[in-house]
Design a protein around this ligand. Structure first.
Ligand SMILES: Nc1nc2c(c(=O)[nH]1)N[C@H]1C(S)=C(S)[C@@H](COP(=O)(O)OP(=O)(O)OC[C@H]3O[C@@H](n4cnc5c(=O)[nH]c(N)nc54)[C@H](O)[C@@H]3O)O[C@H]1N2
Ligand SMILES: Nc1nc2c(c(=O)[nH]1)N[C@H]1C(S)=C(S)[C@@H](COP(=O)(O)OP(=O)(O)OC[C@H]3O[C@@H](n4cnc5c(=O)[nH]c(N)nc54)[C@H](O)[C@@H]3O)O[C@H]1N2
Ligand SMILES: [Mo]
Length: 783
């Protein structure tokens, strides 16, 4: 045990221990390429930004619940647990009695931390179901557009499509990868629930080393893997569909398209062809046409199309491309391009989505179930597409369109967040702050004083994954991890399970929520239930105690008996797709029938409404951070080392900088039609001229907290982004791109205080090792 107790995280397994009040983290020996994100964990866990005690906003405590603009600027008052539980239970009862359960918005989107039992969304959803249900959110910020468009096109969602081709298949068969959005290695460090062996980057290096060529179509050279035959094709952001259509035009007019595949495996090719050739709108989608839109030379498009036809070609699209206005179009156009090549279903050919977006894409598919905490049943039907949160709060009862239907926003009186950070994930923070003034009550469970916690009325201090025992697992991962608790939570923080157990008790439904089971009972229960399921499939994982003491167990790779697109391509009659035609829909009658001008019946080039302008001439890429997960542990050393004098780095081309008198390290003001933030300039020709890049995840630090539209002094990119759905079809998140201008900051540099706790927060005690004894709910409730 000298190196520490085993546990796991979204960025991989680790060992942790406490000595002399200091927490230390080392990578787990099972992972030969551990992620540097591990370095953030130890220092973050004991950081002053931890929440140690239940806190209630003064205005809410003194004046009662109700809409309030004081959220985010009021003081907090420390309360003891019994008072917190009584206040929160009474408020939940009030809202349910007066307005019904649909008035509780419990979508609670976010990544929380690894662990199947303490998974915060599972906990909050199970709890809210126990008290009668909640209005929920559907889809994700990750793949909001794809998860709605792909079922129309391929009859399957993103999960069914994203890992169909493993790295090993690409290595064996693929000779050319055309990667829209590139194949950024940094994003493969994480997967929801963890990734045991970080092999993606190495697998990719090997594929390229063995001779597969890559053309990376992206505004950022940082998205290109290294290798002898890797070509960077810089493109203007948001214009990939024009390039894909032009590639299709070259293939079709050069008779390099697979007419047999298009006739027998696809529906609506004639409509797509008419559009590509310009018979529909008088505009042939030629490379010359695309050059003006994309900034990619026509000659390059001709050459690439010919190469694609001559190779076993894999058309890969990162998720980022669909996180923008009309985000439904890039994945659909890429499917169409791959269909024109006729290689869909051939090993190593066709369409791929999410390679270089997430660590679990490209791993061998494992159809194993995961251990899960049962959620109960939610009788409330009300829902929103996840990124419509501010719309919902600002327009209770208003109609919205989604995937062919018209729905109504629920009248959310109580917003409940556990395990997510809307001030990280949502667009246009000024608008979000206005929206968060609307409900009667905002409840946030958090380990840290994030901006979301600071905008709550009721702040519930949560334990981190190091402070509880759990089971770590994620889809396609080869291991299940015993997550042993390392230390006790600081101060009065508790696991979310403990909090919900007490709340359930106060609301008279304790046993329904807890089933009278302790944390350890639950772990044993969900593990054994999972073990029985696997046993039914012929696998034999060890009994719980054996697993727990061993620290992890390897999972069987179950035979891949069903490979949707391969079987379909071979025999389209027997293996019909779950689309209306049973085929790949290059034209969708269903989508056409919705009558959406922002998502017509076939893949279409639709220019963005708010592209670069005289006032905002640059396009900002708001992509994922290399040295942290989202906003998590932004105060940790790996994240901090990337900052420029404490501010988030903004990458800019030297020529764009020169005309603005911006030097390396300059403090810059980035502004958009929505708001502004400061950042630290980094000059590099790795970014296309006309583009700047600022990662997501710098904690929101308003220069003037009382002004909802205040600039952020630290570099939170969502002060700039637009809060608008991808289209009426999917209403997905569009946070990836925004038009901005950048200037050098004048005058004295404002101090950065993003991670300082609020004035009235209670200070941090040293880390306490836990005694290793299983914790029971009773231990806490008698405290
Ligand atoms: N502009 C722009 N915005 C984006 C994106 C983009 O590309 N551009 N990307 C989007 C994407 S893909 C995503 S997935 C989202 C991510 O958005 P989120 O998932 O909301 O971001 P995280 O920072 O991971 O937030 C998780 C929070 O859970 C807390 N937490 C951890 N463990 C626990 C626990 O046990 N209990 C409780 N109660 N809390 C816990 C953490 O401290 C953290 O504050 O961001 C989206 N936002
Ligand atoms: N280290 C780390 N890894 C992560 C995460 C993290 O926070 N940190 N978050 C995880 C999550 S939740 C998700 S959903 C995935 C997200 O995975 P993605 O959405 O694929 O990741 P991004 O980094 O946002 O974007 C990838 C690249 O796309 C390029 N790009 C942006 N817009 C365009 C465009 O219009 N055209 C083209 N051709 N390229 C464009 C950008 O240069 C960017 O570097 O990442 C996951 N991986
Ligand atoms: Mo995501």
């Amino acid at each position: 045990m000298s190196t520490g107790r085993p546990t796991s995280s979204h960025w991989g397994p680790l060992r942790a221990r406490v000595e002399d009040g200091q927490l230390s983290i080392v990578p787990h020996e099972i992972d030969s390429c551990p992620s540097s994100l591990l370095r953030n964990m130890g220092p973050a866990n004991g950081h002053a930004a931890r929440i140690h005690h239940p806190m209630v906003r003064r205005g809410w405590l003194e004046n009662g619940s109700g809409p309030s603009q004081a959220r985010g600027r009021d003081e907090f008052v420390r309360v003891e647990w019994p008072e917190l539980v009584a206040l929160l239970a009474a408020e939940l009862d009030r809202v349910i009695d007066l307005h019904g359960n649909a008035a509780i918005f419990g979508g609670s989107y976010g990544w929380g931390s690894a662990g199947r039992f303490h998974h915060p969304q599972s906990q909050v959803h199970r709890f809210l179901n126990t008290v009668g249900g909640y209005a929920r959110s559907v889809n994700t910020y990750s793949t909001g557009a794809s998860s709605v468009i792909l079922p129309h096109v391929l009859g399957a969602g993103v999960d069914a499509v994203h890992g169909l081709t493993g790295w090993s298949v690409l290595a064996e068969h693929t000779t050319l990868i055309v990667a829209f959005g590139g194949l950024p290695a940094r994003n493969m460090a994480v997967a929801p629930g963890g990734i045991t062996r970080h092999r993606g980057a190495a697998a990719l290096r090997q594929i390229i080393g063995d001779g597969t060529a890559v053309v990376a179509v992206t505004p950022s050279r940082a998205d290109c893997p290294d290798g002898p035959d890797v070509r960077w094709c810089p493109i203007d952001p948001g214009t990939d569909v024009a390039m894909m259509l032009a590639l299709a035009w070259v293939l079709i007019t050069g008779h390099l398209h697979d007419t047999e595949f298009l006739r027998t495996r696809c529906a609506g090719y004639d409509r797509l062809e008419a559009y590509v050739l310009g018979l529909e709108d008088g505009v042939p989608k030629t490379p010359e046409w695309a050059e003006v839109i994309t900034g990619v030379a026509a000659a390059e498009i001709y050459t690439l199309a010919a190469r694609m036809a001559a190779n076993r070609t894999f058309v890969s699209v990162t998720w980022s491309l669909q996180r923008a206005q009309h985000g439904e179009q890039p994945p659909w156009a890429a499917v169409a391009l791959a269909a024109v090549l006729g290689q869909i279903g051939m090993p190593g050919g066709g369409f791929g989505h999410g390679y270089g977006s997430m660590g679990d894409v490209g791993l061998p598919q494992r159809r194993n179930p995961l251990p899960t905490l049962p959620q109960g049943r939610n009788p409330v039907g009300a829902f929103i597409p996840v990124a419509r949160i501010a719309d919902m709060l600002l327009n209770p009862g208003a109609h919205f369109e989604y995937n062919g239907g018209v729905h109504r926003y629920p009248d959310a009186r109580l917003v409940y967040w556990c395990g997510g950070n809307p001030f990280h994930h949502h667009q246009h923070i000024g608008r979000l702050r206005r929206a968060l003034a609307m409900p009667d009550t905002v409840v946030v469970h958090e380990p840290f004083w994030t901006a979301t916690a600071r905008h709550a009325d009721i702040v519930v201090p949560s334990a981190t994954s190091l402070e509880r025992s759990d089971i770590g697992a994620s889809r396609n991962d080869p291991c299940l991890h015993a997550m042993h608790q390392t230390c006790d939570p600081p101060g009065d923080a508790r696991t979310d399970y403990e909090t919900f157990s007490e709340l359930a008790a106060a609301m008279g439904v304790r046993s329904a929520f807890t089933e009278d089971a302790s944390e350890r009972d639950w772990l044993r229960r969900i593990y054994e239930r999972w073990r029985r399921q696997l046993a039914g499939q012929g696998a034999a994982p060890p009994p719980f105690e054996e697993f727990w003491n061993a620290g992890h167990t390897e999972l069987p790779e179950l035979p891949d008996d069903e490979v949707m697109l391969r079987d379909f391509a071979r025999d389209p009659e027997t293996y019909r797709l779950s689309t209306p035609s049973g085929r790949i829909e290059l034209f969708s009658e269903t989508i056409q029938s919705f009558g959406y001008d922002d998502c017509p019946g076939h893949p279409t080039w639709l220019p963005p409404d708010a592209g670069p302008s005289a006032k905002y001439p640059l396009t900002l890429l708001a992509s994922q951070p290399a040295n942290r997960l989202h906003s998590q542990m932004d105060m940790g050393p790996a994240s901090q080392e990337g900052k420029v004098n404490g501010r988030e780095p903004m990458l800019m081309h030297p020529e764009d900088a020169a005309s603005r008198e911006i030097a390396p390290g300059s403090i810059v003001v980035i502004s958009s039609a929505q708001g502004s933030c400061l950042a630290g300039a980094v000059l590099t020709d790795d970014i296309k001229k006309g583009c700047v890049q600022l990662s997501t995840g710098a904690w929101y630090a308003p220069l003037d907290p009382s002004d909802v539209d205040s600039p952020c002094g630290h570099g939170n990119v969502n002060t700039l982004t637009v809060d608008r759905g991808t289209s009426r079809l999917a209403q997905g998140c569009t946070g990836q791109l925004v038009s901005v201008d950048v200037r050098r900051h004048q005058g004295p540099a404002p101090a950065v205080s993003a991670h300082a706790p609020p004035r009235d927060a209670v200070p941090n005690p040293p880390a306490r090792p836990c005694d290793g004894r299983p914790r029971s709910v009773e231990d806490r409730s008698t405290k």
